[in-house]
Design a protein around this ligand. Structure first.
Ligand code: NDP
Length: 303
């Protein structure tokens, strides 16, 4: 393959490094003030990919000075046991963030588990209170991957106001929160999915395309308006010439003939997800401190 002009590639690794450095500085200041941020990560079962994700999250937390506590539970853990652990972590004032690694084993009700996490400690932003808060444009914990995409877009585009963004995919963890964040940034947002008609024509209208589908190379050059900015969230493993490699939902080489900028896979959105998990842990701590302050002042004020 010909060399890709690097100016068009959005370097997610470098941006994630900058975000982590910012988080590290904030953690240092907090520690100097006697506050130690902490993240609890819960893993049920021994799914290989989940184990890697959890290991990376814990390592990254330690690198930036966030205390991380790993709770590894066997695959046959009962739902009641898992809920009791989450409730204990909710009550623990030294824990600021709780992350339950998904997917959970089939006998556990994922929704019930996510709803049990204290919304102020919900660093994944999956609790209904946070989903609703995001839809209302309130300051809440928002899912890490779309939050990371927003940072990449702000860096690549500058002003987002008035831009037409097309989000391909409508999952609860990427597509829907992504659309809500773009709307909050004053974009005109179109969401498309597997039942949409004429996806290429819809995408060609976009100044910004966010692809979160899970189909290798679905989006070709003919789907993109010249000068568009593309965020490729998809992570797909493909076999080529007897070798396995990761690709996104966008045909990168073809897209480069059209776009102003695009995230590569790997090295684009992926590193931003963990960086925003760390950022969310500090945001969670801040929200908890605000809530505690409000509680104290309401106790002091005369009724
Ligand atoms: P889901 O499978 O939950 O959702 C996929 C979405 O794509 C659905 O809304 C589906 O539509 C839509 N879709 C499927 N086929 C088509 C098609 N042919 N045309 C248009 N839309 C289609 O996936 P996720 O949102 O969880 O993940 C999407 C991708 O992002 C995956 O590759 C995943 O690995 C990756 N990912 C990457 C992360 C990162 O950190 N970089 C984090 C999370 C995910 P419908 O609703 O109609 O079925």
């Amino acid at each position: 393959m010909n060399a890709i002009p690097s100016i068009k590639l959005i370097d997610g690794k470098a941006t994630a490094k900058r975000v982590l450095a910012e988080v590290g500085e904030q953690v240092q200041a907090l520690r100097q003030a006697g506050v130690q941020p902490a993240l609890a990560v819960v893993l049920v079962g021994c799914d290989a990919a989940s184990q890697v994700y959890v290991r990376n999250k814990v390592l990254r937390a330690e690198e930036v000075g966030i205390r991380s506590l790993e709770h590894r539970l066997p695959g046959d853990t009962s739902q009641a046991h898992l809920l009791a652990l989450i409730e204990r972590l909710n009550r623990d004032r030294e824990i600021n963030g709780i992350l339950v690694q998904l997917p959970l084993p089939g006998h556990i009700d994922e929704h019930r588990v996510l709803q049990t996490i204290d919304p102020l400690k919900d660093v994944d932003g999956f609790h209904s209170a946070n989903v609703g808060g995001l839809a209302q444009g309130r300051d809440v914990l928002t899912p890490c991957t779309p939050s990371g995409c927003m940072r990449l877009l702000r860096d690549a585009c500058g002003e987002l106001r008035g831009k037409h963004a097309v989000v391909v995919g409508r999952s609860n963890i990427v597509g829907k929160p992504m659309a809500a964040l773009l709307l909050q940034a004053d974009c005109t947002v179109t969401m498309v999915h597997s039942r949409s008609h004429d996806l290429p024509a819809l995408c060609r209208q976009a100044d910004i395309v966010v692809a979160a589908v899970g189909k290798p190379g679905l989006i070709g050059a003919d789907w993109l308006k010249p000068g568009a900015v593309v965020i490729d969230v998809g992570i797909n493993r493909i076999e080529e010439a007897g070798q396995s490699r990761l690709v996104g939902d966008v045909d990168l080489a073809a897209a480069l003939t059209q776009v102003a900028a695009i995230t590569p896979v790997p090295g684009g959105v992926g590193p931003m997800t963990i960086a925003y998990l760390m950022k969310n842990t500090l945001l969670a701590l801040d929200l908890q401190q605000q809530a505690a302050h409000q509680e104290r002042t309401s106790c002091l004020s005369p009724c």
